[in-house]
Design a protein around this ligand. Structure first.
Ligand SMILES: Cc1cc2nc3c(=O)[nH]c(=O)nc-3n(C[C@H](O)[C@H](O)[C@H](O)COP(=O)(O)OP(=O)(O)OC[C@H]3O[C@@H](n4cnc5c(N)ncnc54)[C@H](O)[C@@H]3O)c2cc1C
Length: 371
């Protein structure tokens, strides 16, 4: 039977009504799904596609589709050969696994992704030997387009701020965005450099490290022979890793490896790196190239042992944070997320009028320099 509220309960009711009215403005749209994924790079899109492949309803929340580190990647499906100074056993099976994915016979169908080289070449400057290394190279932009297309109508364009997350003792309760409030059974956080702030909102000890990188890029407007190679000069790590990309009628050489790391002053870096590259690759048509650099931060889990190169996962209640460590390791997410998937009857598929678009490749650079 209903009873007249006492002064105390009346005050509490009023206070809770007030907090509902002030702290929680009515949400324009409340969405329930099985899995909410935060991020737009390889980690997030891969996990969102895995959820779809398993018949679950998915919502993707991201402030850029294609990723930050991901779209800057060279697209090499590493076998671990280049990482001789680390433990890279997880990578050994990746080239074969990607070949199956690229032929369309796996859980995620990547048969429409452009493969820009079937293999890399290993050049040893000491012996002068060149050997074939079974590491295919994919066009990262076409990969991200292929992963994202089936997720287009499940994407919300939003940067998730810590204050947008309601936390409860089960982990994340809801994520609020200007267009919708999303409630999911499980949350997958694959936001790269953004993982840290979201982890802090959940009051976890999970921390991301950021390693800055300046990658050298050279453009040729006239036709040039493509180069895909790792160059070793005695040490465990390659001094140079070169890939070639065609964009809008121009050819871009992308230089990773030792030459790309830790050199953060652009002026000095460009001069010394170009000299080093001309010495290591005398066949490169240096006089026909326009040079520039791309700055990117690599974001990885702050872990005790960073010599093991593998996918990293950490859970906090119903939220799982992930760092793929390398683009090529994305298929390992399927192996590692075994306990993640929600059980029970799947919720209905979410269809939204999304305004999200795939980011352009960062390779056609704005600040160009002549030799
Ligand atoms: C120059 C370079 C070259 C590389 N080359 C290779 C290679 O050849 N082969 C290889 O295997 N690996 C390579 N890698 C490594 C690989 O690119 C990364 O390991 C991988 O791309 C990381 O993907 P990610 O999805 O975790 O992060 P990201 O690609 O950085 O994606 C993070 C996403 O989350 C979004 N986001 C961030 N915060 C929020 C937020 N609060 N709310 C909503 N969205 C948010 C971002 O906008 C972005 O879309 C390379 C890396 C670099 C930097």
């Amino acid at each position: 039977m209903w009873k007249e509220p006492t002064l105390y309960t009346r005050a509490t009711l009023y206070a809770s009504e007030l907090s509902l009215r002030t702290a929680e403005p009515p949400s324009p749209n409340r969405i329930s799904c099985d899995v909410a994924v935060v991020g737009g790079g390889i980690a997030a899109l891969w996990c969102a596609r895995l959820a779809l492949a398993r018949g679950l309803s998915v919502v993707l929340l991201t402030d850029s589709v294609g990723g930050k580190q991901t779209l800057a990647a060279q697209g090499i499906i590493h076998s671990g050969y280049k990482y001789r100074g680390n433990s890279a056993t997880a990578m050994r099976t990746m080239p074969a696994r990607w070949l199956a994915l690229l032929s369309g016979v796996e859980e995620i169908d990547l048969s429409d992704v452009d493969v820009i080289a079937p293999a890399m070449t290993v050049i040893d400057t000491a012996s002068g030997e060149a050997t074939r290394l079974e590491e295919p190279v994919v066009d990262v932009h076409s990969l991200m387009g292929s992963l994202w297309r089936p997720l287009t109508s499940m994407t919300i364009s939003a940067r998730v701020r810590p204050t947008d997350i309601d936390v409860s003792d089960r982990g994340i309760d809801v994520i609020r965005t200007p267009t919708a409030t999303v409630s999911a059974k499980r949350y997958l956080i694959g936001a790269g450099a953004g993982n840290d702030a979201i982890a802090a909102a959940l009051d976890t000890s999970i921390q991301t490290t950021t390693r800055p990188l300046r990658q050298l890029v050279a453009r040729s407007q006239s036709p040039v022979d493509p180069i895909f190679c790792h160059v070793f000069s005695g040490g465990d790590d390659p001094v140079l890793t070169v890939t070639t990309h065609s964009i809008d009628g121009a050819t871009y050489f992308y230089f990773g490896g030792g030459v790309a790391t830790e050199n953060l002053d652009e002026e000095n870096f460009l001069e010394s790196a170009r000299e080093e590259i001309a010495r290591l690759l005398p066949t490169l048509p240096g006089d026909r190239l326009v040079w520039s650099t791309i700055r990117r931060d690599r974001s990885e889990l702050q872990a005790a042992d960073t010599r093991e190169l593998d996918v990293m996962l950490r859970s906090a209640g119903n939220a799982t944070f992930c760092w793929p460590t390398k683009l090529c390791l994305a298929p390992r997410l399927a192996d590692k997320l075994t306990d993640f998937w929600p059980e029970g009857q799947p919720r209905p598929t979410v269809r939204l009028d999304s305004t999200a678009t795939l980011e352009p490749s960062p390779l056609p650079f704005a600040r160009e320099r002549s030799p």
